[in-house]
Design a protein. Structure first.
Length: 426
């Protein structure tokens, strides 16, 4: 399948984004092991989050879907049942990493895997702490999915993450629900705290101090009605699109503005982006609001250390913006991009080069000089949703129509992306 994307003079309009992917995963898992019936509004439409629901259904949770409203009849902390077949996480690293924390505590053996891309993504970071808690996990070549998880009675641990990762943190905290005592996770850099917020919403006792998060084990989670805010990572594509095209003005409504995710807004504003946050409120423990972005000259910037970790998912589309900026974009400390859905350093560089953009690649990042022009080209998603969307945005500023091969990859997180892009371009 090929999507032809035509250059546009400006993008204007108002959009409301699908539910935040990170939050949807967490709500889906926790509601399934809570006592009672939870209703989750604005649940993500992305395939990844529905892989999570499929896994929970396979273990006995009864789930009803009415568009983006999901009703989950939880089975309680001890109520999951052994699945009849291997759990299918699809393309979702979030599903397999976080759900493994719950599977590690079950009184049965489970197997969880996914598609070809997921089967190449290392899992050693979750296997190590779960083994310390008492679970035994078998993996392909010792670290790749599918994982065979031999559940056990878990013991609490005090674990320091070797690399900042919200998914690994969440895996350990979810396992800590089942441990008899207090489980502590220490992180070198503060990561997104959606798990801590969601756990509290469902009734778990969670304490957070900077860099240290603890959960008291054996709590009975209680059902809750929750609303998922719009996905800020999805908003990134429209924020960059507006900055690329003169005369653009886009309002994005109901976006999650969690302070641990605010680095994107801070980074864009520091480079000169004209954006405003309006109508700030709180719902389900999360901060939400509207974003108004207008075209403005973006100077560029440097991503390194903690800022790189905070913006790891947004780097592909920021690379596109960097090429059109005044001073360019430098990305360091981003070796994690090598083990995402694709090697995103390589796939970003490949599509930039196809569009005539100069880029210098390093093992842990790249440099994209500014003041460059995008040429029309045949582009490829390489099966990666963020690559598909980032370079569809780049195509809006090209000197002619571009073809995106395998645009359907975007459906992993944002099935509505191309229709929404067309509505703003119109």
């Amino acid at each position: 399948m090929i999507e032809t994307i035509h250059p546009v003079s400006a993008l204007r309009g108002t959009v409301r984004l699908p539910g935040d992917k990170s939050i949807s995963h967490r709500y889906g898992m926790l509601a399934s092991i809570a006592e009672g019936t939870s209703v989750i509004s604005n649940y993500s439409s992305g395939a990844d989050c529905h892989s999570t629901l499929g896994c929970m259904q396979a273990m006995g949770a009864r789930i009803e879907k009415n568009g983006t409203e999901i009703t989950i009849h939880g089975v309680g902390r001890e109520g999951l049942q052994a699945p009849a077949a291997m759990l299918d996480a699809g393309n979702s690293g979030s599903t397999i990493r976080m759900l493994s924390g719950i599977l590690a505590a079950q009184p049965f053996v489970s197997k969880i895997g996914g598609d070809e891309s997921l089967s190449k993504r290392p899992m050693a970071r979750i296997m190590k702490p779960l083994a310390e808690m008492g679970a035994a996990i078998d993996a392909q070549d010792g670290k790749f999915p599918p994982l065979t998880i031999h559940g056990a009675t878990l013991r609490p641990i005090d674990y320091t993450l070797p690399v900042a990762s919200a998914q690994v943190k969440s895996c350990v905290l979810f396992a800590g629900i089942y441990a008899d005592g207090k489980t502590i996770v220490r992180e070198p850099i503060v990561t997104r705290d959606h798990s801590e917020i969601a756990l509290r919403e469902f009734g778990a006792e969670v304490e957070s101090r900077r860099g240290e998060i603890s959960i008291a084990g054996r709590a009975a989670l209680k059902a809750k009605n929750l609303t998922v805010p719009g996905d800020l990572s999805s908003a990134a594509f429209f924020l960059v699109a507006a900055l690329l095209r003169p005369g653009s003005r886009i309002a994005i409504q109901g976006v999650g503005l969690n302070p641990t995710r605010s680095s994107l807004m801070d980074f864009l504003a520091a480079g000169g982006a004209s954006l405003r946050v309006l109508n700030i409120a709180e719902g389900s423990g999360e901060v939400i609001g509207d974003i108004l972005i207008e075209h403005s000259r973006w100077r560029g910037g440097i991503l390194e250390k903690s800022m790189t970790a905070a913006l790891i998912d947004e780097i592909p589309v920021l690379a596109v913006l960097g090429a059109a900026s005044e001073e360019g974009l430098i990305v360091r400390d981003a070796a994690e991009l090598r083990v995402k859905e694709t090697d995103r350093i390589a796939t970003v560089a490949e599509n930039l080069k196809r569009m005539g953009i100069e880029v210098a690649v390093r093992e842990d990042g790249f440099d994209v000089p500014g003041k460059q022009k995008f040429r029309a080209a045949a582009l490829d998603s390489f099966g990666d949703h963020r690559i598909a969307m980032a370079f569809s945005v780049a195509a809006l500023a090209a000197d002619g129509p571009c073809e995106m091969h395998d645009p359907g990859a975007a459906s992993v997180s944002f099935p509505e992306f191309y229709n929404m892009l067309r509505s703003l371009s119109a």
